[in-house]
Design a protein around this ligand. Sequence first.
Ligand code: N7H
Length: 472
Amino acid sequence: MTEPSVDLSNIQGNIVAGFNKDNQIIMFLTFPDSKIRLRNWIRHMSRWVATTEEVRAFNAVFRLTRSRRPQHREPLSATWVQLLLTAEGLKRLDVPESEIQAVDLALAEGMSARAEALGDTGDSAPDRWHPPFGRGSIHAALIVASDNDHDLRKESDDLERQFRTHGVQLVWKQEGHTLPDPLRGHEHFGFKDGISQPAVAGLDESPTGGPPAVPLGEFVLGYPDGSGAVREMPDWAKDGSLGVFRRLRQEVGPFREFLKTTAAATNLSEDALGAKLVGRWKSGAAIDQAPDADDPSIVREERNNAFDYSDDPDGLRTPRFGHIRKVFPRDQVPNPPSGDAHRRRIIRRGAPYGPILPPDPTPGQVDKDRGLLFICFQASLVEQFELIQQMWCNATDFPVGPVPPVQGYEPTPGVPGDGPDPIVGMHHGAGVNNLKLQGRPDQQVPLQQFVRTTGGEYLFCPSISALEGWSK
Ligand code: N7H
């Protein structure tokens, strides 16, 4: 493992290290008109945000104590803060538009301007988003994360006091929490989340047999990326990262109903159909490794992420439309324009929001707003998140058939794929998924939109030295 020459005390702590907390509050802010007040607040925050060095050290000690003393549910606790800026926020700090564009075109334009391309239309269109999203008024976001609710609230109260002192306005606050038992560690549809994250070369242990470690430059600006090149960047961008925030509402009641009716029609159990849509069973076991039934015993084994799709080119085990196969096709290295799947990785840092839906819910409970605060970090919004959402999840013909997948594997008009991502593809309920089953005729599974976008922002996560520079 070669350490890249990197100053971990200059990179904020929720990118390659990860806060990994049960409780989060995300605060969306607008800046004061006064440059002096703004710069004072930025100076203040440059000493408040957590660094990778701190978070990484804490996480290591936390793991150590947890493994020796598992009976102590909270042997150590911490509360961390991350500061992110929108393009509008960067401009308030006198960053020229041309430099923002050079760092990332999607950041410069903002998520709502990219809505058509992302498939955020109809029910997911920006004019339907929760205000203040999609109105161009947000300048910054703070992610506050804590092991316990008491500390989370105390930290956010302290931050709010600071906003008042510096004339920063809190325009929207969104909480996210790990779901209570029995869904702890799972998202609202019931599937275990947080299993597969990229290992970062030089920082994380390289996985045995799993997807190869990814160069730091795929997530943090100013380092060699997967091609070995370092992109030209304005100085303020070095040690920064590009962030995506999407407030994704999940319709859990209709999802359960759909599994019930469609499972009967496809002769699969509800659990097996759900696993086909996601690519993992509810326990988190990969169907690649447990093709016939859920096997929670393999979830912690290395093989649960040490697989690829080379021995399942037609998607008989993991459908080619299955969520985890769409968003990371592993060995199915598509040619341009999609490029190598290992150059399209993202680090996810989201959290569920809203109450769980009990097994026998009342209509009032079904209608409640619940979903995922989807957050991810990467070096390029255009080349990573947007490409995945647009060209892989939303596309009906990715991955295309027929096999072999390795050569000439790019969306070809007339060559059918098996449909969009049934979980996060923005298909708006049009079309079908073509479900291939070993020894049985293919099944056409109708699409229904269970996830819609109700807000979002593209964000830049600056280095500590950039914050210091802007505070002068
Ligand atoms: Fe997904 N889900 O419950 O179905 N996701 N995701 N995601 N997702 C993953 O491996 C889910 C969304 C990725 O390395 C798991 O950690 C839901 C978006 C990536 O093999 C589950 C929503 C995007 C991976 C879910 C949602 C992604 C991944 C398996 C929205 C990017 C890793 C657990 C409400 C555009 C894939 C795990 C790999 C895994 C679900 C959103 C990307 C269960 C419900 C928008 C890269």
